[in-house]
Design a protein around this ligand. Structure first.
Ligand SMILES: C[S@@+](CC[C@H](N)C(=O)[O-])C[C@H]1O[C@@H](n2cnc3c(N)ncnc32)[C@H](O)[C@@H]1O
Length: 251
């Protein structure tokens, strides 16, 4: 009996340890097909088009590419896109989605996801990580990522890290989000996702085990400015998440 209890306890601990963001994204979830994601990528593509002026001279790296919505929009404007993600689920989705497009390469990131040295002989001019670093284990990993990106970037390359979660007043954030969703016409998409989040508890369960990484923004900028050419803060709302921060880094 004692052995059985011990085994059950071990299985329980094993299961709890497996609740983390990497595993959350590795499974089917409520976001992949959601209207909110589509709307988010519509806004993001429009806003980033002004920042980057995408052209056929650009090779883009889409870090944490998700279902490939952004890549799908940008690919006709640029030379090539490399999509990378830790999630096998999204890697499979993107491989199928872009199977007929030889200008899109889809690659899976390993557990050491800030190490991009396996991407050989490519020099990226535009690098994007939209709504990804909040799933990192620590702020230092963002620094590691930027250092890694630096090694595979072309001269004058720029790296946009967007949708960075910071410490903020949650009540105010939600009110701003609702206000913005009405103005930008994604209120119903937001409500649909909200209802799904209430029914499907996976997201909140994961958040309890591994909190969303809230960045110390000033420290991040200080730490990055030691080794990058220039950092700008983008003050516009370039995603649906109105209280997130966005950094444009000249590498
Ligand atoms: C909120 S989604 C954003 C997807 C996409 N960038 C977009 O804006 O539509 C987060 C994405 O980051 C990926 N992800 C989570 N942790 C990651 C990590 N450590 N490295 C790279 N990608 C990660 C997830 O698999 C998922 O595709």
């Amino acid at each position: 009996m004692a052995i059985l209890t011990f085994k059950f306890r071990k299985i329980g601990i094993y299961k709890l340890n497996n609740i983390n963001w990497l595993n959350y994204w590795n499974k089917k979830n409520i976001w992949t097909e959601s209207d909110l994601w589509k709307k988010n990528n519509d806004i993001f593509f429009l806003k980033t088009s002004h920042i980057f002026n995408f052209s056929k001279k650009n090779i883009v790296l889409d870090i944490g590419c998700g279902n490939g919505d952004f890549t799908n929009k940008v690919i006709n404007r640029v030379d090539k896109v490399y999509c990378v993600d830790t999630s096998q689920e999204y890697v499979n989705i993107c491989k199928t989605r872009f199977s007929n497009n030889k200008n899109v390469t889809v690659l899976k990131l390993g557990n050491n996801y800030t190490d991009l040295s396996f991407i050989k002989d490519i020099k990226f001019s535009i690098i994007i990580a939209n709504s990804v670093v909040q799933y990192y284990r620590s702020q230092n990993e963002i620094i590691d990522l930027v250092k890694s990106v630096q090694k595979i970037s072309a001269e004058n390359a720029r790296f946009l890290i967007s949708d960075i979660e910071i410490f903020s007043d949650k009540k105010k954030s939600y009110l701003n989000l609702i206000y913005n969703s009405i103005v930008k016409r994604y209120f119903f998409s937001l409500i649909k996702v909200g209802l799904k989040l209430i029914v499907n508890k996976e997201y909140s369960k994961t958040k309890q085990r591994q909190s969303i990484l809230a960045v110390n923004f000033d420290k991040l900028i200080r730490d990055l400015s030691i080794f990058v050419k220039k950092i700008s803060i983008i003050n516009e709302n370039i995603t649906v998440n109105v209280n997130r921060k966005h950094l444009l880094i000249e590498l």
